[in-house]
Design a protein around this ligand. Structure first.
Ligand code: IPD
Length: 375
């Protein structure tokens, strides 16, 4: 990796900050009278002034996430209603009816991947849209960027499938199925992660509709709009399930066995007396929100279809750097406990894993895991 003088880095960061300030103003125009708080999306000085080895990559990722976010808000503010959306977004289906790829997904990914290629031609890139339904590449030792150009494009058609209605009606409902971004729901984001030596190292997540920029670098902390995240400290450090907000995502499983497993897990949580549950439709934001302490646990992967590397990569660094506990849903053996301790220290998480549980403290993660797995 080439070395850039610190003065040049700071100059680049200033340009990035200036660009983001301009962005913050531009988002105010089209809000139809809504109050919009403008933020300065700085790369935290704690990182800029440090000896962090991926400063150039971080500055680039922030610029790209903010630019890609702008593509989203332009659509969001001008086409904010569900019926307008579906027509105008050039929606195509990928693995199934509920897995939409919008024109803006593709535009964002091409833009982000193109700029990374220009800046770092020897780096690898794994993007959600480019991978599509094909095999997900394994990580090599080369620096690898993992991109979700819009996380939260999808919302699972849970109700239509759970109530076992006639398949033709289910099909119609699925066709009508809208998604967070495509239907104008604000919970979606651009997610750019970077793996070094096969492990997540840096995460940049920009949620343009809620004006939030999450930045995290391994060993340098996690930040939301420049403020360090400490969501897993204080009273959160001892939250138990009866006081917890538990989030889950269903993914795309449509087999009866898969649906039963997912629904039974939720049933057990409710019977156990969980404080409340949420399904937000953006795996990346789920992780960021647990990192902020807005929710206490998130899990996925009860059925055969779980998250993909781009749902984990950037959010995982945010969560781990905020002090969260992260693990898999399968039964913990002694070996796994060792693995989880190692994860806490080095977060050697398998990005290709289908199941994940992340929470604000280890007791809560274990309590939730046992309940959802029926153990
Ligand atoms: C999806 C969301 C969803 C999760 C799915 C993901 P996308 O990402 O993160 O919450 O359950 O597995 O595919 O497709 O909207 O980028």
């Amino acid at each position: 990796m080439s070395k850039t003088p610190p003065s040049l880095l700071l100059a680049a960061a200033t340009v990035a900050v200036a660009a983001t300030t301009a962005y913050a103003f531009s988002t105010r125009k089209g809000t139809g009278g809504m109050t919009h708080i403008s933020h300065h999306f700085n790369v935290p000085p704690e990182i800029l002034k440090s000896d962090c080895r991926c400063k150039q990559e971080l500055i680039l990722a922030v610029r790209l996430a903010l630019e890609a976010g702008k593509n989203m808000t332009e659509h969001y503010h001008s086409k904010g209603t569900a019926d307008e959306n579906i027509e105008s977004l050039d929606i195509s289906t990928k693995s199934c009816q509920s897995d939409f790829a919008t024109a803006i997904d593709v535009k964002n990914e091409n833009f982000i991947a193109g700029e990374i290629n220009k800046a770092f031609p020897d780096h690898e890139i794994i993007g959600e849209e480019d991978t599509g339904t094909g095999a997900i590449p394994q990580l090599t030792t080369k620096p690898t960027w993992i991109i979700d150009p819009i996380d939260g494009t999808v919302r699972f058609g849970f109700v239509s499938q759970y109530i076992h209605i006639d398949t033709s009606i289910a099909y119609k409902l699925n066709k009508r199925q809208k998604t967070n971004f495509a239907s104008g729901l604000p919970l979606s984001c651009v997610s750019i992660g970077l793996c070094l030596n096969g492990q997540p190292h840096m995460g940049v997540v920009f949620a343009p509709m809620t004006n939030e920029l999450y930045i995290a670098v391994r060993n340098y902390g996690a930040f939301r709009n420049g403020i360090r995240l400490l969501g897993c400290t204080g009273e959160k450090a001892s939250t138990s399930l009866d006081h917890a907000v538990v989030c889950f995502e269903f993914g795309y499983s449509s087999t009866q066995v898969g649906i039963d497993r997912m629904v039974d897990a939720v049933k057990r949580l409710l019977e156990h007396g969980v404080r409340t549950t949420r399904t937000l439709g953006s795996g990346v934001l789920d992780l960021c929100y647990v990192a902020c302490g807005r929710m206490d646990v998130v899990y996925t992967g009860m059925a055969e279809e779980g998250w993909k590397p781009w749902d984990y990569c950037a959010g995982l660094v945010v969560a781990m750097e905020a002090g969260c506990e992260m693990s898999h849903l399968e039964k913990r053996s002694e070996r796994d406990l060792d693995f989880n301790n190692a994860l806490k220290k080095n977060y050697e998480f398998n990005l290709h894993s289908k199941s994940m549980i992340c929470g604000v403290n280890s007791d809560l993660v274990e309590e939730t895991r046992k309940v959802v797995m029926g153990q």
